[in-house]
Design a protein around this ligand. Structure first.
Ligand SMILES: [Zn+2]
Length: 219
């Protein structure tokens, strides 16, 4: 009997060890997402890109991949709540439509899940010259993985890879269905507030994480 008791004790101890081991490895997995990004580009005849642009874009792609996979991005997104952003009115069907019809709000968690739904994302940038216009950095449409980047801001000095990572994140948020308020009727106005607009919000979070990592020499 004593032996059986000891055996039971050992089994119980092993079970307890497993019970404690499983959640910790699961929660670690939950904190980092699987996400890979591939960005290619074309340059229109009248547009220009700085020297070594291909390398800079590659760097931007790696930075954004790292941010989207990070626990910092997940934590920051889960704290947010955005304006409906007329996404509930969209007729496109390439993204899940998760919002609260009572409050008209979209949780940051649902934006995060929408952005990371596909494990492998391929984006195509067409770089264009937008003449003297400096108001917008680019343009994109829901469910179209090819978007436009205007060349004027690519010439500005400093941290181009980081600015590109932020820009790609912004346009990718539009691709996933979230619009600015200039695209919708007056009753949906919410401005450029990073706490209200999902595309500005995601771009801002990506920028803040990259700045933080740069300060800590992580990147
Ligand atoms: Zn935008």
């Amino acid at each position: 009997m004593k032996k059986i008791g000891l055996l039971l004790l050992i089994i119980l101890a092993l079970l307890a060890a497993n019970i404690f081991a499983v959640p910790s490895s699961n929660s670690l997995k939950k904190q980092t997402a699987e996400f890979s990004l591939d960005v290619s580009y074309t340059v229109n005849e009248d547009a220009t890109v700085p020297q070594s642009f291909a390398d800079t874009l590659k760097k931007a792609q790696q930075l954004l991949e790292k941010v989207f996979r990070s626990k910092e991005f997940r934590a920051a997104m889960f704290k947010q709540s955005y304006h409906d952003s007329a996404y509930s009115k969209s007729k496109m069907a390439c993204f899940p439509m998760v919002y609260d019809p009572k409050t008209g709000r979209i949780s940051g968690a649902s934006v995060y899940q929408n952005l990371l739904k596909e494990k492998e994302v391929k984006l195509f940038i067409n770089i264009k010259n937008n003449g003297p216009k400096r108001t917008t950095m680019g343009a994109s449409y829901a469910c179209n993985y090819k978007f436009t980047t205007y060349d004027f801001w690519l010439q500005e000095k400093g941290e181009l890879a980081r600015r590109l990572a932020r820009h790609i994140a912004h346009e990718f948020t539009h691709i996933k269905g979230y619009r600015h308020d200039n695209k919708v009727s007056a009753r949906f106005k919410w401005g450029r507030d990073v706490k209200e607009d999902p595309a500005y919000g995601v771009g801002n979070i990506v920028g803040e994480i990259l700045t933080e990592w740069s300060k800590k020499s992580i990147i």
